[in-house]
Ligand binder design. Structure first.
Ligand code: ZN
Length: 305
Protein backbone atom coordinates (compact mmCIF):
# COMPACT_ATOMS: atom_id res chain seq x y z
CA UNK A 1 0.00 0.00 0.00
CA UNK A 2 1.55 3.35 -1.02
CA UNK A 3 1.76 6.09 1.56
CA UNK A 4 0.24 9.56 1.05
CA UNK A 5 2.55 12.15 2.65
CA UNK A 6 0.74 15.30 3.83
CA UNK A 7 1.89 18.55 5.38
CA UNK A 8 -1.03 19.16 7.75
CA UNK A 9 -1.80 22.40 9.64
CA UNK A 10 -3.98 23.30 12.62
CA UNK A 11 -4.06 27.11 12.61
CA UNK A 12 -5.57 28.45 15.82
CA UNK A 13 -5.92 31.84 17.44
CA UNK A 14 -3.11 31.08 19.91
CA UNK A 15 -0.84 28.57 18.15
CA UNK A 16 -0.10 27.49 14.60
CA UNK A 17 0.74 23.80 14.46
CA UNK A 18 2.19 21.87 11.55
CA UNK A 19 2.98 18.19 11.08
CA UNK A 20 4.06 15.86 8.32
CA UNK A 21 2.01 12.68 8.29
CA UNK A 22 2.23 9.48 6.29
CA UNK A 23 -1.23 8.03 5.58
CA UNK A 24 -1.65 4.42 4.53
CA UNK A 25 -5.28 3.41 4.04
CA UNK A 26 -6.80 4.63 7.34
CA UNK A 27 -3.68 4.44 9.50
CA UNK A 28 -1.25 7.31 10.06
CA UNK A 29 2.30 7.99 11.23
CA UNK A 30 3.55 11.39 12.35
CA UNK A 31 6.97 12.05 10.83
CA UNK A 32 7.57 15.55 12.15
CA UNK A 33 5.79 18.36 13.97
CA UNK A 34 6.21 22.02 14.77
CA UNK A 35 4.38 24.66 16.83
CA UNK A 36 4.61 28.47 16.61
CA UNK A 37 2.65 31.25 18.35
CA UNK A 38 0.05 32.80 16.05
CA UNK A 39 0.46 36.43 15.03
CA UNK A 40 -3.10 37.35 15.93
CA UNK A 41 -4.81 40.71 16.46
CA UNK A 42 -4.31 40.10 20.21
CA UNK A 43 -0.62 39.05 20.19
CA UNK A 44 0.56 41.58 17.56
CA UNK A 45 -2.04 44.35 17.68
CA UNK A 46 0.11 46.74 15.63
CA UNK A 47 0.14 44.42 12.58
CA UNK A 48 -2.73 44.82 10.13
CA UNK A 49 -4.89 41.84 9.23
CA UNK A 50 -3.18 41.83 5.81
CA UNK A 51 0.25 41.52 7.49
CA UNK A 52 -1.03 38.70 9.69
CA UNK A 53 -2.36 36.95 6.58
CA UNK A 54 1.09 37.21 4.94
CA UNK A 55 2.73 35.73 8.06
CA UNK A 56 0.23 32.88 8.02
CA UNK A 57 0.76 32.12 4.33
CA UNK A 58 4.56 32.29 4.80
CA UNK A 59 4.36 29.81 7.69
CA UNK A 60 2.32 27.33 5.64
CA UNK A 61 4.44 27.74 2.50
CA UNK A 62 7.78 27.39 4.32
CA UNK A 63 6.74 24.29 6.25
CA UNK A 64 5.10 22.67 3.19
CA UNK A 65 8.27 23.26 1.12
CA UNK A 66 10.35 21.63 3.85
CA UNK A 67 7.94 18.69 4.16
CA UNK A 68 8.11 18.23 0.38
CA UNK A 69 11.90 18.21 0.20
CA UNK A 70 12.51 16.21 3.42
CA UNK A 71 9.67 13.68 3.36
CA UNK A 72 8.20 13.84 -0.16
CA UNK A 73 4.92 15.51 0.88
CA UNK A 74 2.53 15.81 -2.08
CA UNK A 75 -0.36 17.60 -0.42
CA UNK A 76 -1.26 20.12 2.26
CA UNK A 77 -4.31 20.13 4.55
CA UNK A 78 -4.95 23.42 6.36
CA UNK A 79 -7.54 23.73 9.15
CA UNK A 80 -8.83 27.18 10.16
CA UNK A 81 -11.01 28.28 13.11
CA UNK A 82 -13.83 29.80 11.04
CA UNK A 83 -16.57 28.82 8.58
CA UNK A 84 -15.21 27.60 5.22
CA UNK A 85 -17.34 27.54 2.08
CA UNK A 86 -17.02 25.21 -0.89
CA UNK A 87 -13.46 24.34 -1.81
CA UNK A 88 -11.61 26.60 0.60
CA UNK A 89 -13.17 30.06 0.81
CA UNK A 90 -12.86 31.32 4.41
CA UNK A 91 -15.91 33.39 5.46
CA UNK A 92 -14.59 34.76 8.78
CA UNK A 93 -11.57 34.33 11.06
CA UNK A 94 -12.32 36.51 14.10
CA UNK A 95 -10.09 34.53 16.50
CA UNK A 96 -7.01 35.26 14.34
CA UNK A 97 -7.60 38.62 12.74
CA UNK A 98 -10.20 40.28 14.97
CA UNK A 99 -12.86 42.67 13.65
CA UNK A 100 -10.37 44.26 11.20
CA UNK A 101 -9.95 40.91 9.43
CA UNK A 102 -13.53 40.81 8.21
CA UNK A 103 -12.49 43.18 5.40
CA UNK A 104 -10.32 40.33 4.01
CA UNK A 105 -13.24 37.86 3.91
CA UNK A 106 -14.57 36.00 2.04
CA UNK A 107 -11.07 34.91 1.10
CA UNK A 108 -10.09 32.14 -1.32
CA UNK A 109 -7.32 30.76 0.91
CA UNK A 110 -7.11 27.52 -1.05
CA UNK A 111 -6.55 29.55 -4.24
CA UNK A 112 -3.81 31.61 -2.59
CA UNK A 113 -2.06 28.47 -1.37
CA UNK A 114 -2.31 26.82 -4.80
CA UNK A 115 -0.61 29.87 -6.31
CA UNK A 116 2.24 29.59 -3.80
CA UNK A 117 2.47 25.77 -3.90
CA UNK A 118 1.52 24.81 -7.48
CA UNK A 119 2.99 21.31 -7.21
CA UNK A 120 0.96 20.28 -4.16
CA UNK A 121 -2.69 19.30 -3.70
CA UNK A 122 -4.39 21.79 -1.37
CA UNK A 123 -7.31 21.17 0.99
CA UNK A 124 -8.59 24.01 3.20
CA UNK A 125 -11.08 23.10 5.91
CA UNK A 126 -12.82 24.35 9.01
CA UNK A 127 -10.82 23.03 11.99
CA UNK A 128 -13.70 21.12 13.58
CA UNK A 129 -14.52 19.52 10.22
CA UNK A 130 -10.85 18.50 9.89
CA UNK A 131 -10.90 17.04 13.42
CA UNK A 132 -14.06 15.08 12.65
CA UNK A 133 -12.42 13.18 9.77
CA UNK A 134 -10.34 11.38 12.42
CA UNK A 135 -13.53 9.66 13.65
CA UNK A 136 -15.13 8.88 10.26
CA UNK A 137 -13.28 5.58 9.87
CA UNK A 138 -14.98 4.23 13.01
CA UNK A 139 -18.27 4.37 11.04
CA UNK A 140 -21.74 5.81 11.59
CA UNK A 141 -23.08 9.35 11.84
CA UNK A 142 -21.90 11.50 14.74
CA UNK A 143 -21.50 15.00 16.19
CA UNK A 144 -18.13 16.29 17.38
CA UNK A 145 -18.03 18.99 20.07
CA UNK A 146 -14.70 20.72 20.75
CA UNK A 147 -14.77 22.45 24.12
CA UNK A 148 -11.93 24.98 24.09
CA UNK A 149 -11.96 28.68 24.92
CA UNK A 150 -15.11 28.65 22.73
CA UNK A 151 -17.09 25.65 21.45
CA UNK A 152 -16.90 24.07 18.00
CA UNK A 153 -19.42 21.61 16.62
CA UNK A 154 -19.80 19.66 13.41
CA UNK A 155 -22.29 16.98 12.44
CA UNK A 156 -20.96 14.20 10.19
CA UNK A 157 -23.48 12.26 8.08
CA UNK A 158 -22.32 9.52 5.71
CA UNK A 159 -18.69 10.40 6.39
CA UNK A 160 -19.01 14.11 5.52
CA UNK A 161 -19.43 17.26 7.65
CA UNK A 162 -22.85 18.77 6.83
CA UNK A 163 -22.49 22.53 6.63
CA UNK A 164 -25.11 23.37 3.98
CA UNK A 165 -24.67 25.28 0.70
CA UNK A 166 -23.27 28.41 2.40
CA UNK A 167 -21.07 26.84 5.09
CA UNK A 168 -23.15 27.92 8.09
CA UNK A 169 -24.02 24.40 9.30
CA UNK A 170 -22.52 23.18 12.55
CA UNK A 171 -22.71 26.65 14.10
CA UNK A 172 -25.26 25.50 16.70
CA UNK A 173 -22.87 26.81 19.34
CA UNK A 174 -23.88 30.34 18.23
CA UNK A 175 -27.56 29.72 18.90
CA UNK A 176 -29.16 31.46 21.87
CA UNK A 177 -29.57 29.04 24.79
CA UNK A 178 -30.06 31.77 27.42
CA UNK A 179 -32.28 34.66 26.25
CA UNK A 180 -31.85 36.86 29.35
CA UNK A 181 -30.56 40.36 28.41
CA UNK A 182 -27.60 39.97 30.82
CA UNK A 183 -26.63 36.47 29.63
CA UNK A 184 -22.85 35.94 29.08
CA UNK A 185 -21.24 37.40 25.94
CA UNK A 186 -20.01 35.06 23.19
CA UNK A 187 -16.79 35.57 21.14
CA UNK A 188 -19.00 36.44 18.16
CA UNK A 189 -20.55 39.37 20.05
CA UNK A 190 -23.92 37.72 20.73
CA UNK A 191 -25.31 36.96 24.19
CA UNK A 192 -26.38 33.68 25.74
CA UNK A 193 -25.01 31.51 22.94
CA UNK A 194 -24.09 27.91 23.77
CA UNK A 195 -20.43 28.86 23.15
CA UNK A 196 -20.65 31.48 25.91
CA UNK A 197 -22.42 29.21 28.40
CA UNK A 198 -20.52 25.92 28.29
CA UNK A 199 -17.00 26.61 26.93
CA UNK A 200 -13.70 26.22 28.76
CA UNK A 201 -13.71 29.96 29.43
CA UNK A 202 -17.26 29.75 30.88
CA UNK A 203 -16.13 26.91 33.16
CA UNK A 204 -13.22 29.06 34.43
CA UNK A 205 -15.73 31.79 35.27
CA UNK A 206 -18.00 29.27 37.02
CA UNK A 207 -15.07 27.96 39.09
CA UNK A 208 -13.96 31.49 40.06
CA UNK A 209 -17.51 32.55 40.99
CA UNK A 210 -17.99 29.43 43.13
CA UNK A 211 -14.68 30.01 44.90
CA UNK A 212 -15.77 33.55 45.78
CA UNK A 213 -18.82 32.05 47.48
CA UNK A 214 -16.66 29.40 49.15
CA UNK A 215 -18.44 26.64 47.20
CA UNK A 216 -17.62 23.95 44.65
CA UNK A 217 -18.65 24.78 41.05
CA UNK A 218 -21.88 23.04 40.00
CA UNK A 219 -20.82 20.90 37.03
CA UNK A 220 -24.26 19.33 36.66
CA UNK A 221 -25.86 22.74 36.18
CA UNK A 222 -22.99 23.84 33.90
CA UNK A 223 -23.45 20.95 31.43
CA UNK A 224 -27.21 21.51 31.06
CA UNK A 225 -26.93 23.54 27.78
CA UNK A 226 -24.49 20.97 26.36
CA UNK A 227 -26.92 18.16 27.17
CA UNK A 228 -29.71 20.16 25.53
CA UNK A 229 -27.62 20.51 22.34
CA UNK A 230 -26.96 16.76 22.35
CA UNK A 231 -30.70 16.09 22.79
CA UNK A 232 -31.57 18.50 19.93
CA UNK A 233 -29.27 16.62 17.57
CA UNK A 234 -30.46 13.23 18.79
CA UNK A 235 -34.16 14.01 18.45
CA UNK A 236 -33.85 15.96 15.16
CA UNK A 237 -31.36 13.79 13.27
CA UNK A 238 -31.40 10.52 15.19
CA UNK A 239 -27.69 10.80 15.97
CA UNK A 240 -26.46 8.23 18.48
CA UNK A 241 -22.82 9.20 18.81
CA UNK A 242 -21.57 12.41 20.43
CA UNK A 243 -17.81 12.90 20.77
CA UNK A 244 -16.36 15.51 23.13
CA UNK A 245 -12.83 16.85 22.54
CA UNK A 246 -10.86 19.99 23.41
CA UNK A 247 -9.14 21.33 26.51
CA UNK A 248 -12.17 21.27 28.81
CA UNK A 249 -13.09 17.69 27.84
CA UNK A 250 -9.47 16.61 28.33
CA UNK A 251 -9.23 18.45 31.67
CA UNK A 252 -12.49 17.22 33.25
CA UNK A 253 -12.55 13.92 31.35
CA UNK A 254 -14.90 11.23 32.65
CA UNK A 255 -16.42 13.60 35.23
CA UNK A 256 -17.70 15.83 32.41
CA UNK A 257 -18.93 12.88 30.33
CA UNK A 258 -20.86 11.40 33.27
CA UNK A 259 -22.44 14.77 34.11
CA UNK A 260 -23.73 15.11 30.51
CA UNK A 261 -25.03 11.52 30.51
CA UNK A 262 -26.86 12.08 33.83
CA UNK A 263 -28.47 15.28 32.51
CA UNK A 264 -29.74 13.82 29.23
CA UNK A 265 -32.83 11.99 30.56
CA UNK A 266 -34.13 15.45 31.64
CA UNK A 267 -33.90 16.84 28.10
CA UNK A 268 -36.70 15.08 26.25
CA UNK A 269 -38.72 11.97 25.55
CA UNK A 270 -37.28 9.13 27.59
CA UNK A 271 -37.33 6.05 25.40
CA UNK A 272 -34.68 4.13 27.32
CA UNK A 273 -31.92 5.63 25.14
CA UNK A 274 -28.47 4.37 26.13
CA UNK A 275 -26.99 7.85 26.68
CA UNK A 276 -23.98 6.32 28.40
CA UNK A 277 -23.00 4.52 25.18
CA UNK A 278 -23.77 7.56 22.99
CA UNK A 279 -21.63 10.16 24.80
CA UNK A 280 -17.90 9.58 24.28
CA UNK A 281 -14.59 11.31 24.98
CA UNK A 282 -12.03 11.76 22.18
CA UNK A 283 -8.45 10.60 22.77
CA UNK A 284 -6.71 13.30 24.83
CA UNK A 285 -3.83 13.93 22.41
CA UNK A 286 -4.96 17.33 21.06
CA UNK A 287 -4.05 16.30 17.49
CA UNK A 288 -7.51 15.73 15.97
CA UNK A 289 -7.38 18.48 13.32
CA UNK A 290 -3.81 17.52 12.26
CA UNK A 291 -4.67 13.81 11.95
CA UNK A 292 -8.19 14.29 10.54
CA UNK A 293 -6.98 16.87 7.99
CA UNK A 294 -4.30 14.47 6.76
CA UNK A 295 -6.83 11.59 6.51
CA UNK A 296 -9.27 13.85 4.58
CA UNK A 297 -6.46 14.90 2.23
CA UNK A 298 -5.58 11.26 1.54
CA UNK A 299 -9.17 10.18 0.90
CA UNK A 300 -9.68 13.11 -1.53
CA UNK A 301 -6.31 12.78 -3.27
CA UNK A 302 -6.24 12.06 -6.98
CA UNK A 303 -2.72 10.68 -6.52
CA UNK A 304 -3.80 8.23 -3.83
CA UNK A 305 -6.76 6.60 -5.57
ZN1 ZN B 1 -21.71 33.21 19.42
Amino acid sequence: MPEHIVATFDLGGTNMRAATMAISNTSWRMLDQLRRPTQSYLSVPAASAARQLDALLDFITDYADTARSRFGAVAIAAAFPGPVQGHGVVLALPTMWGPDGQSLCPMDLAGQLRTRLPEMEVKVMNDVSAAGYRFVQEGGDFALFTLGSGIGLKVFLDGQPRVGPHGFGGELTHMVFDARPDAPLCDCGGRGHLGALASGRAWQHAVAAAQERGQEPDLHRFVEPLARAVAMLHFSLGLERFIFAGGLAEGLGETLREAIVQNLPNQGWNLCQDWNAMVQLAPADDAHALIGGALASASASRLFQ
